[in-house]
Design a protein around this ligand. Sequence first.
Ligand SMILES: [Zn+2]
Length: 142
Amino acid sequence: MLDKIKDALSKAFEGAAHWFRRCAGADELGLWTLGAGVALIVLGRLTRAGWLTVPAAALYLLAIYRMLSHDVTRRREENRRFKQFTGRCGVAVSQWFNRVKNTRKYKYFRCPQCGARLRMPRGLGEKTVTCSRCGRSFRKKA
Ligand SMILES: [Zn+2]
C-alpha cells in the first residue's frame, strides 16, 4: 500500500517536473510586468485609489501566464521586442540627460532639413553649421 502511494507521488512529481521544465520561465518582460504591478499597488495605497489593484492583479496574472506558458518561442520574441523597445528608451533618456547637463556649454538645435539633433558651443556668435547627417549648411547663432 505504502509503495503504491510512493509510486503515485513519484510519478506525479516527475510529471510536474516535466511540465515545469517546458515553461518559458521568468524573463525581463515578466519581471517588469511584476514590478509595474507592485508599483500600481504602492501607488494605489499612497493615493487611496483602491481600484488600482485591478490592473495590478491583471499584470500579475499576465506575468504568471507568461512564465508558465509552454510557447517558449513566442515568449522569447515578446521579450526580444520588449528589450529592443527599452533599449531605445534608455538611449533617448540618456541623450536627454546629456542635453540637460550640458545646456550651459552647448546650444542644441535641429537641422531644418533632416531634423538631426545638432549642437555648438555657446558663445561662438553666428556661424555656418553643416549638418553631419545630410550635409546641409545654414547659419546659426549660439
Ligand atoms: Zn540635416
